[in-house]
Ligand binder design. Structure first.
Ligand code: KG4
Ligand code: ZN
Length: 335
């Protein structure tokens, strides 16, 4: 079974072919990051227009890179929620049109469910390990989710304010680094001392919630008072350490509270090297299995959407072609 995945929820136009297994045959990603960098963040209208230009060439490239013809496509999976409405609409329109022409089923995928399934592309045996925990750390979301089976999600905790990716992006702006902030802070942090400044770690009581607005304010105050005295590398490394510590301590607590020993990490911030190494450190101490996908599968891509769609189709899920796009939607909510 070959599934065409389509992802256009933010600033990446992506199409991929995943075959059963699940195996990635192709994963084409056209990033608009350079275009949005000059505005300091994603401009929704610009993103939609670029998706319109890129969508069909990206789909054609995904099909030819997979070494198949379009008649070999057995189903289509497309992100329809949550995301920028105009951007989502481009991918959804392409998916519906191709579904009609090829007479194949089309299934909708929640963007965060897609991120979760990037771990299944990395470690397909995860489906024998339920229940598992997932740390979702993207630009717009930070959550710890318990997954009891395919499509069965319970949110155990989430952020009260900013998402982890947002904390990186806003922190980068305060340090004068360009968009997207996460990779730029991470790069600068490599040469810095993470213990140079003790930024706060939010402790919100006996729960699995996160908060990143405090550390962001602490960074702003530090930068204003410091007046350029401290090397930016040290500030970046210390700030990154605070964000990562908050994430890792909650993961550790979630494992202890639930007794679950397998943890997947999903979303763009999963590409962060310090997060990966700190999680590996607690994995060794607490005898946990941590699955972190390769960097290209952490940030937005259509292979993860095709993979989530593949499992939805396996469960017999089908969507009629009247489906809509949604700017916000909780993971696991029934539609
Ligand atoms: O999952 P994603 O590609 O898009 C959303 O669904 O939001 O995540 C993008 C976020 C951005 O905030 C970006 O700064 C962050 O992931 N990010 C990183 C790294 N790479 C991307 N944050 C920290 N370290 C990285 N290496
Ligand atoms: Zn994403």
């Amino acid at each position: 079974m070959n599934v065409l995945g389509i992802e256009t929820s933010c600033d990446e136009t992506s199409a991929a072919i995943v075959s059963c297994g699940p195996r990635v045959l192709s994963n084409i990603i056209s990033s608009q990051a350079d275009l949005h960098a000059r505005y300091g963040g994603v401009v929704p209208e610009v993103a939609s227009r670029m998706h319109v230009e890129n969508m069909l060439p990206v789909i054609s490239e995904a099909i030819s890179a997979a070494g198949i013809s379009r008649n070999d496509i057995d189903g289509i999976a497309v992100t329809n929620r949550p995301g920028l409405l105009g951007a989502l609409l481009v991918g959804v329109s392409a998916a519906k049109a191709m579904g009609c022409i090829l007479h194949v089923p089309v299934v909708t995928v929640h963007h965060l469910e897609g991120h979760i399934y990037s771990s299944f592309l990395t470690a397909p045996d995860l489906e024998t390990q339920f229940p598992i925990l997932v740390l979702i750390v993207s630009g717009g979301h930070t959550q710890i989710v318990r997954m009891d089976g395919h499509g069965e999600y319970t949110i155990l905790g989430k952020t009260r304010d900013d998402a982890a990716g947002e904390a990186f992006d806003k922190g980068a702006r305060l340090l004068g680094l360009p968009y997207p902030g996460g990779p730029n802070i991470a790069r600068l942090a490599e040469e810095g001392n993470p213990e140079a400044i003790r930024f706060p770690r939010a402790v919100l009581g006996d729960n699995l919630e996160f908060s990143f607005s405090g550390v962001k304010t602490a960074l702003r105050t530090f930068v204003i008072n410091d007046n350029g005295a401290t090397p930016r590398q040290d500030i970046a490394a210390s700030y990154q350490a605070s964000v990562v510590d908050s994430l890792v301590s909650r993961v550790r607590k979630a494992c202890r509270d639930t007794g679950i020993k397998t943890v997947c990490v999903a979303g763009g911030v999963a590409a962060n090297i310090r997060l990966k190494s700190e999680l590996q450190r607690i994995a060794t101490k607490d005898r946990l299995r941590i699955v972190v996908p390769a960097s290209t599968l952490c940030t937005d891509n259509a292979a993860m959407i095709a993979c989530a769609g593949y499992y939805r189709m396996q469960r017999g899920v089908r969507d009629d072609l009247n489906f809509d796009t949604y700017a916000t939607e909780t993971l696991g909510a029934q539609r």
